[in-house]
Design a protein around this ligand. Sequence first.
Ligand code: C2E
Ligand code: MG
Ligand code: MG
Length: 455
Amino acid sequence: MIGRGSEEQKTTRVIRAYQAATLAVALFSTVWTVIFAVNGLTAVAIAESFPVTIALVCFVLVSQGKFGIVNLVVQTSFLLFVIGFSLMFDVPEPGSPRVTHLFLPVLGMLGYLNHLRRPSRLQLAIIAASLVAFVVLHAADLRLAIAEPLPAELRAIGIWMNPAIAALVFCSTVYILQKRLSAPSGMARDLVRAMRRRELTLAYQPQVDRDGKVVGAEALLRWTHPTRGAISPASFIPAAEDVGLMPIIGGFVLEEALVTLARWQADPDRATLTLSVNVSASQFNESDFCATVRDLLSRHAVDPTRLQLELTESVLIAGLEPVAEKMAELTELGITFSLDDFGTGFSSLAYLRSLPVAELKIDRSFVASITESDRDAALVRSIRALAQDLGLRTVAEGVETPAQHAFLYEVGCDIFQGWHFGRPMPLTEFEASLSASPRPNTAVENPRPARLAAG
Ligand code: C2E
Ligand code: MG
Ligand code: MG
């Protein structure tokens, strides 16, 4: 499957912290590699070149904004290296304590920085393992039977150098953490203000069935800045995510969406419309997400079967089981789930077996090229076949042309969404467009239907 950069929400500060930390580790380990090599300690020099390599690979990946699992693998490698080195070479001698393990709390701090950006159980486990290893290696005189203690003259240097460098990196991490947790800056601060000033609104993009009838809409967040005008969600949502604002903003979106659904419910002509709401991973993985949804549904007396929640694979960062449990709880209420941007992630398809999803939403990047690229056309056919086998609906998003619509119709997609049918528009405009008579089956009989709205 194909990855997409926007999934990797980069935090500039965290990137800088990682760059600085990895370069420092690479430099530091190189110095030691040379010292060991010059002193004829070949085995130790080879071992010490291991963190140099990991640090440099990590630096390159982090500079490209690639965190995710790579980050966790790199942390695990360092953890194992420090434990191995401490047990094999850096064994405590009378008057000469172990020092390599002093980097473990720093590793834990860097892990915590990553956890703030992308919470995961695996990350928490690595942090815990780093801290436990630190305590054990500090308190116990553990060593391997085949241990080759470092010569006393080198240990004498290490006793001063390692704690000094560990303290320095520790202070830098604390500084970054404090900045990360302090008042949001720039766009994030503006966003907090935007919520207060009600500059955030929802746009509604029609979703059309195979008969050309509008059966619902996707609610898409819009920010109209007083001076900068419309700001794309693609830029402000990652910023909101970084500073932990997404659960609050997502709560606002849900509330607005339910107000709209309650309105539609009261009108017999609109009562059957569904509304799809995007839910970010951080919002979904909040411990009280189910309670919040339940509370909002009852407060607005909305039929849960009209609400559809769109999740992306990134939600699985919290682990398949807890996500599946939460989805099952909400599915019991009658809410349905859609897997958004399907085909862009890296996860194994096996997760589809465990998650109670009702529909797959084919990412618009595939739809964009179905008429030009045989590969993308084949991919869309496969996604449709997969959905059919699993008894799921298929939604095609980003449908811009009659040719794309005709192809997707022929493939068997159930629902269509895109500029060909209507751009995201204000609620009043969307509701007005519904009054227009339903359109015929556009795919076969009328390949160029009139748009619901432009703009
Ligand atoms: P998405 O959920 O995949 O939403 C579809 C995006 O495709 C929307 O971009 C929509 O305006 C755009 N689109 C629709 N039809 C077409 C088309 O025919 N051609 C092209 N080129 N684009 C089309 P938008 O509104 O900029 O949103 C971008 C992303 O921001 C969304 O992608 C979603 O991931 C996120 N987002 C938007 N609103 C919310 C929200 O309320 N909560 C959360 N968590 N995420 C949101
Ligand atoms: Mg969506
Ligand atoms: Mg999408």
